[in-house]
Design a protein around this ligand. Structure first.
Ligand code: PMP
Length: 384
């Protein structure tokens, strides 16, 4: 792998070796079911509760507000379907759910599926910066609304929405506010869940393993959810099933590391991003940034190379691991629906790709990326 430079930390991160080391004993030595009453089971249970504390501490919330899931997709599903189902069972009269057109598919597809339950879905647009208009949200909330779901940071553009302000507006109109926080957790240090009722996290975006995530469920005022599936009543009945203790331990450790090192890491990534953008702007005068640099995640950027197909660039630099869009859904030949929603033409969207640095990126790699991208661009423009 040495010759490859990984630049796709928004798709997934490697497991931090310290996370792997912490997990290993829970596969072999302390493998018991965390719900078994014997002392072996209790040891596993203790590890789960420690992980819960570690996650809660990163989020600045209570440990009892943390539900372990298989990832952010499941957390989004439980949050959206669970909140709506519960409120419908209570004979709530509202029938509307509001979301945004640039959400991850694990929100958009769930919300669309709610139509089968007689729910009306309002999908808000975004502006050229990828941001939601507060007035448009207020306008949509004139119709009684069960739930508003808006992500904190986009997985393609890394644009950060002011979700606490949006949540406040939702509350003024009596709606629950859910936030997909898979991309933002641990990446910025002034994140607050103050007004958020439900939030989704993914382990593999923060150097924990794939297959584990978290749903934050606010206790005061309490948000009640119906489960997606029924079983042994684990995780307060919201997510039944035997807990994957090693994965949960890994998630906890990853959060602990983020608590200790996240701030410094973010500073380093901001520096790398500036280095990259300055270097590329110097070499490619007409390069553009999709969205706003100031309102985006520290190590991520969405680049637009006018006049050149993104795939042509990527095909010339196969040692750089980059994606043109979300790894989770579309074929690379499709223009990104997120960029189209921000007002880019189909052509402009196909000339764009995201790039993200992370914990294992080095300054030497950043410099190599600047050179490789610049060469590839100029070679294509020169017809070489
Ligand atoms: N939401 C966002 C914003 C994401 O980026 C992702 C992962 N690409 C998910 C949800 C889904 O997360 P998971 O892979 O843990 O299901």
């Amino acid at each position: 792998m040495d010759q490859f430079i990984y630049l796709d930390y928004q798709a997934t991160t490697p497991c931090d070796p310290r996370v792997v080391e912490t997990m290993l004993p829970y596969f072999t030595d302390y493998f018991a079911n965390s719900h078994s009453d014997h002392s072996f089971g209790q040891r596993a249970n203790q590890a789960v509760e420690t992980a819960r504390e570690q996650v809660a501490s990163l989020l600045g919330v209570l440990a009892q507000e943390i539900i372990f899931t298989s990832g952010a997709t499941e957390a989004n599903n439980i949050a959206i379907q669970g909140a709506v189902k519960y409120r419908l069972k209570q004979n709530h009269t509202a029938r509307q759910v509001i979301t945004v057109c640039t959400e991850h598919k694990s929100v958009l597809e769930v919300v669309n599926a709610l139509a089968e339950w007689g729910i009306d879905v309002v999908t808000l647009p975004v502006n050229r910066e990828g941001l939601v208009d507060h007035e448009a949200l207020k306008e949509a909330l004139q119709t009684p609304t069960l739930l508003v779901s808006i992500m904190a940071a986009n997985n393609e553009t890394s644009i950060i929405q002011p979700v606490n302000e949006l949540a406040k507006i939702a509350h003024e109109y009596g709606a629950i506010f859910h936030c997909d926080m898979a991309q933002i957790i641990g990446k910025i240090d002034h994140l607050s869940l103050e007004n958020i009722d439900l939030a989704s996290l993914s382990g593999h975006k923060i150097y924990a393993p794939k297959g584990v995530g978290v749903l934050y469920v606010r206790r005061k005022p309490r948000v009640r959810l119906s489960p997606l599936f029924y079983g042994g009543y684990q995780e307060r009945g919201i997510r039944s099933g035997t807990l994957p203790v090693p994965l949960i331990v890994g998630m906890g450790k990853a959060c602990e590391i983020m608590c200790q090192e996240g701030k410094e890491e973010a500073q380093c990534l901001i520096y790398y991003k500036k280095l990259l953008i300055d270097g590329l702007k110097h070499n490619i005068v007409n390069i553009k940034i999709n969205g706003s640099i100031k309102k985006s995640l520290p190590g991520s950027v969405n680049l637009h190379f006018p006049g050149v197909q993104a795939l042509d660039i990527l095909n010339r630099i196969p040692h750089l691991c980059l994606s043109t869009g979300s790894a989770c859904t579309v074929s690379s030949l499709m223009p990104s629906y997120v960029l189209l929603a921000m007002g880019l033409s189909k052509e402009e969207a196909l000339q764009s790709f995201r790039l993200s640095f992370g914990r294992m990126t080095t300054q030497a790699q950043v410099r190599e990326v600047i050179d490789a991208l610049s060469c590839a661009y100029h070679d294509i423009m020169a017809g070489r």
